[in-house]
Ligand binder design. Structure first.
Ligand code: CA
Length: 231
């Protein structure tokens, strides 16, 4: 039997198409793996972390934030109030805040994080007032060079909003008394592959665009529904 002659040119074209298709499929697969890795079965642990709202709520929204980060100020002042009104105050979800210390934001990043850990430990009822006051104290268009979050300034804010005494706070900041708590937060940062602030999780689901409140709502509704379906 005579074998049908294949044109080498035609073969080359077919092979090129196959290779391009395979590369494309690999890229798509890789992106899917990457996206899938943004979601986790478990929410970030709230053990030892400040919690706002009903501790037993089925859904937790977690923010990884930095008091020296301008976007975090913006998120706290623009997105957070809606989240609080629509979900936290109604007892549907609770909210947890994890410190993400970023040396690129200057010394104040760690100092303010340490101060917040101390307030959470020594006067938890005042934590959220202190938290909001810190973001309020951050100047608009904050820069790394602008070291507003000094021990003295943090002590003033603590005196104004909490029962923690200013001089005690300054001493603790100098001694880094609450650095162990920041270590716990660091473990969560690496466990959940957090690389920027603010990063928002709804239970174990990482929100791609933290400023898109509709997306946060969508994820919350999905988690609320998922939990009621399980019951
Ligand atoms: Ca913490």
């Amino acid at each position: 039997m005579k074998k049908k002659q294949q044109s080498p040119m035609k073969f080359a074209v077919i092979m090129t198409v196959v290779v391009v298709f395979l590369i494309g499929a690999l890229v798509v697969l890789n992106n899917q793996i990457k996206n899938a890795s943004q979601n986790y079965d478990e929410k970030p642990s709230t053990e030892g972390q400040p919690i706002l709202g009903d501790k037993n709520a089925a859904v937790t929204v977690t923010e990884f934030g930095d008091y020296k980060c301008p976007s975090c100020k913006q998120w706290t002042e623009s997105v957070f109030p809606d989240l609080k009104k629509d979900y936290i105050d109604k007892g549907k979800i609770n909210f947890s805040y994890i410190n993400f210390v970023n040396e690129q934001h200057g010394r104040g990043s760690e100092l303010s994080a340490l101060a917040s850990e101390q307030v959470w430990k020594e006067d938890p009822d005042s934590f959220w007032a202190f938290h909001e006051a810190l973001f309020k104290a951050q100047p608009d268009n904050d820069t790394m060079e602008n070291e507003w979050a000094t021990p003295a300034k943090l002590a003033d804010i603590a005196e104004a909003h909490t029962k923690v005494k200013g001089d005690k706070l300054v001493k603790s900041l100098n001694d880094k008394t609450f650095s162990e708590q920041l270590g716990t937060d660091e473990s969560l940062i690496s466990q959940y592959n957090v690389d920027s602030t603010p990063t928002i999780f709804v239970n174990g689901v990482k929100i791609d665009k933290p400023f898109d409140y509709d997306k946060i709502k969508e994820a919350i509704e999905k988690e609320l529904k998922g939990n009621s379906d399980e019951k």
